[in-house]
Design a protein around this ligand. Structure first.
Ligand code: DGL
Length: 263
């Protein structure tokens, strides 16, 4: 079981930002990655739809013998992590949520901004997170429709992207945010562009590294940490595999074998 792979899931390429953190922290593990690109963006879908996609994905990864699942998607986590944990109680499942707790601890201005999908920001789970950790700070939330689609198209630099991103970030700055949470796994790929448009003393916080550490803890508790040698990452996409293959190097991954997932 220790040599079994770890499954990583996102609606698209965003989870690659989390995959990279897992590779850094746990280089001896073999990894599987499923991008549901045929159904992007999850941020504008209903929770029922996302839960249904997650149960298809989970059944697939169970068949592949995955020893743990990382839900490398904030939107899928708020919609489906509770059901997945109920359906697979024996499976270590790591979800993601916007980093409200560390941001509330870090802010000096007392104002925190959250960039995330509409689905994440509208969820009861996000509301509960604010109730729990953000009672002493002001939180300005900003849904970002359109960003995910541009990143999925491999765009990290265009004028259109810059205009859209600026439109989402400016209101946060105008409200005095000194800490901005990247609450969607696609957004860490925008850090270089964000850095160009915000003052240097504003912090950007995302949770990829924390998720990798949580995965490491869960595996260690169950004596499931792999000891290598790892195999190259195997990728599946519900859209065009060739397209996904081409985008991998743009997002920091060595190109790997990409297969079509037809369900
Ligand atoms: N990457 C996903 C997240 O972390 C969402 C992207 C989408 O809208 O499909 O929320």
């Amino acid at each position: 079981m220790r040599e079994a792979p770890i499954a990583v899931f996102d609606s698209g390429v965003g989870g690659l930002s989390v995959l990279a953190e897992i590779q850094r922290l746990l280089p001896d593990e073999s990894l599987l990655y499923f991008a549901d690109c045929g159904h992007i963006p999850y941020g504008e879908k209903t929770p029922e739809f996302i839960r249904q996609r997650c149960s298809v994905m989970a059944a697939f990864f169970r068949e592949q013998g995955a020893k743990a699942l990382v839900l490398a998607c904030n939107t899928a986590t708020v919609a489906a992590v509770a059901e997945l944990r109920r359906d697979f109680p024996d499976w270590p499942i790591v979800g993601m949520e916007p980093a409200v707790k560390p941001a509330a601890a870090a802010t000096r201005s007392g104002v925190v901004g959250v960039l995330a999908t509409t689905g994440t920001l509208q969820s009861a789970k996000f509301a509960a997170l604010l109730d729990r950790f953000a009672t002493d700070v002001r939180v300005i939330t900003q849904p970002c429709p359109g960003l995910v689609e541009l990143i999925e198209s491999g765009d990290l630099h265009s004028a259109e992207l810059r205009r859209m991103l600026k439109g989402y970030v400016d209101p946060l700055l105008a409200n005095g945010c000194d800490t901005i949470i990247l609450g969607c796994t696609h957004y860490p790929f925008l850090k270089p562009m964000l850095r160009e448009m915000i003052p240097a003393d504003i912090s950007l916080i995302d949770t990829g590294a924390a998720v990798a550490r949580q995965l490491q803890r869960l595996l260690a508790e169950r004596d499931l940490l792999g000891a290598g040698p790892n195999r190259p990452v195997r990728f599946w996409t519900s859209a065009d595999p060739q397209y996904f293959q081409n985008i991998l190097p743009l997002l920091g991954q060595a190109s790997g074998k990409v297969q079509r997932f037809a369900l």
